[in-house]
Design a protein around this ligand. Structure first.
Ligand SMILES: [Ca+2]
Length: 250
């Protein structure tokens, strides 16, 4: 009786966090291979294929030698970019898992102009993780000029006037009272108000002047981001316009 030389896929090595692409309980012919794929968040450290080879002594098939290991994708914090006037909040000499992030904090009077988070991402195949692309720059706030942040310009105007006067003043400067879209923008605006306008109030674009209790931004933007102070929105018809207080919090 003739017997074709094959390898059983049931004899493939067992790899933690990975699997071979051949069906179980199957015989593979000499010269054919099964490829190892690692689970999400893991990468192939060494061999990627098990080949069915002829085993001379007993004329059977044998899987090729290989080191089949799936390693967790991690990024080394010492490979984070160096930022003058700032630092990332992850410990040095440590590894961060895929999907985790380190946040750039800028020194006292400066702020992150563009990106503020470096995220650990899958690198080129068969290697560890890489930090996400970003432009990491800390720049000193200028309290009397426009400050660029994330593609827009912001300026604090230090005059005592009503919300409506402020709205008009912004308009005459081809701008509008600030709309805050998200937490990152809120952190930036708060830092500016805190550093340039300590313990005073400054108007922002949020108001419920049109319909009591329906808060809108003066530029018509539909941002739903809110970060009310203690007590939240109150005051009813008597209070329709929102100001931010210059204090050191987020
Ligand atoms: Ca109101």
């Amino acid at each position: 009786m003739c017997h074709g030389i094959t390898c059983s896929t049931n004899n493939l090595p067992i790899v933690g966090e990975g699997s071979f692409d051949c069906a179980p309980n199957t015989n593979i012919s000499i010269g054919e291979a099964c490829a190892l794929t690692c689970n999400e968040g893991f990468y192939l450290a060494y061999s990627s294929q098990a080949v069915c080879e002829e085993e001379m002594t007993n004329q059977g098939g044998l899987w090729s030698d290989g080191s089949f290991v799936c390693h967790a994708i991690k990024c080394f914090t010492n490979n984070l970019p160096t930022v003058s006037e700032g630092s990332f909040d992850c410990a040095p000499n440590s590894n961060v898992s895929m999907g985790e992030a380190c946040t750039l904090t800028c020194n006292n009077e400066s702020y992150p102009v563009y990106s503020s988070q470096a995220v650990c991402e899958a690198g080129i195949p068969n290697q560890g993780g890489v930090w996400s692309n970003g432009t990491f720059v800390c720049r000193r706030l200028n309290c009397s000029e426009w400050n660029e942040w994330n593609g827009s310009e912001y300026k604090l105007i230090s005059t005592s006037q009503t919300w409506e006067e402020s709205r008009q003043l912004c308009e005459s400067n081809s701008s509008h009272l600030v709309t805050i879209e998200n937490k990152e923008e809120n952190i930036f605006v708060r830092k500016m108000v805190w550093l340039c306008y300590q313990f005073r109030w400054t108007w922002i674009g949020l108001n419920d002047r049109t319909t009591e209790g329906i808060w809108k931004w003066s530029d018509g933007t539909v941002s739903t981001y809110r970060n009310w102070g203690v007590g939240g929105a109150s005051g009813g018809h008597a209070d329709d316009c929102v100001a931010m207080f210059g204090e050191d919090r987020q």
